[in-house]
Write a protein that binds this ligand. Sequence first.
Ligand SMILES: [Zn+2]
Length: 399
Amino acid sequence: MAILFKNGKVIIGNGEVIHRGTVVVDGKKIVFVGSAKRAPSSKKDTILDISGKTILPGLIDAHVHLCVDGSPDPITSLLRDSIPQITLKTVNHARQTLEAGVTTVRDMGGKDYIDIAIRDGIESGIIQGPRMLCSGKLVCMTGGHGWQFGREANGTDEVRAAVREQLRAGADLIKLMATGGVMTKGVEPGATQFTLEELIAGVEEARKAGRRTATHAQGTEGIKNALRAGINSIEHSFFLDDEAIELLLEMKAFVVPTLCAPYHIIKAGVQKGVPAYAVEKSKKVIKSHWESIKRAHKAGVPIAMGTDAGTPFNRHGENLKEMELLVRIGFKPMEAIVATTKTASEVLGLEKKIGTLEKGKLADLIVVDGDPLMDISLLQKKEKILAIMKEGYFYKNQL
Ligand SMILES: [Zn+2]
């Protein structure tokens, strides 16, 4: 018994649109995408008329922290809360993310492997949430950005050991910290942290195990170090110069902008409880951040949507604000959608399974009332998302 989504606007995820198309799902997979006339159907099938509506691939957020609660000072909460408290919050964040239409996330730094337990809980059906790829603990230098919940390591041997620990714990990818950042007191976003040699060691250990690597990298030198080490994705990218952009293209690396992170910190400000150091640092970087992403996009660097959800006021379930910000800096709505579907699936290495509505892929999809190409902010309105399906299972169906 198949499910036919009929007569809707089909956004494939690769930039193409079928204006009156049909998507057929059978079991966990998509078995047909095309014009209604050619769609296979039998009397037993469930037919859902979606005329006037849009069907898209399940959306992907390539940078979240499900363990981090999006409160005004989330690092303090993370240090204060007990492990059971953080775990309960994380369960909630996972559900909120899925309810927003985000069917896959890449978790970029958890606490004490709660992220990995949540991933496995979702996979086995104990709790509801998006499909997750997890980095386990981020790997940083002593006192470096994220040390409060990361694994500190110094020198190449220790970096190798730290990476091996994450692999043993079940990490899907490895996150290495190449520069300072906004949310750690006393470190500067522009400053390099891991050395080139440490980054090379970390990347090599991950590669040996067939895993990808991502780096938190904001300053120019740190970004270049990470690229020279062979990193797969640069997270944040506040300060890109021409050479960094050339290196990104040469190394075929991705950028995950996380425009939401500094945006929400500045918008809320100290008056809403965000630590002053975070507000000050965000104000210093935001202009260059937006400019860098614009330039990378223009140069043809693949850009995947990622929010850094969990940072102050960057709440889980409000992930799709990032698409609006991408449009604000000059992406066409379709480009913002491709960043959140096909390109995001590529940065995760899951492009053969998800990311586009194509025959043979897993049936991750959403149906939206209206057309997000006309108004990208439509995707932020939960009541407009009429259906959410992950691997052929409806988590929401108001069709
Ligand atoms: Zn992050």
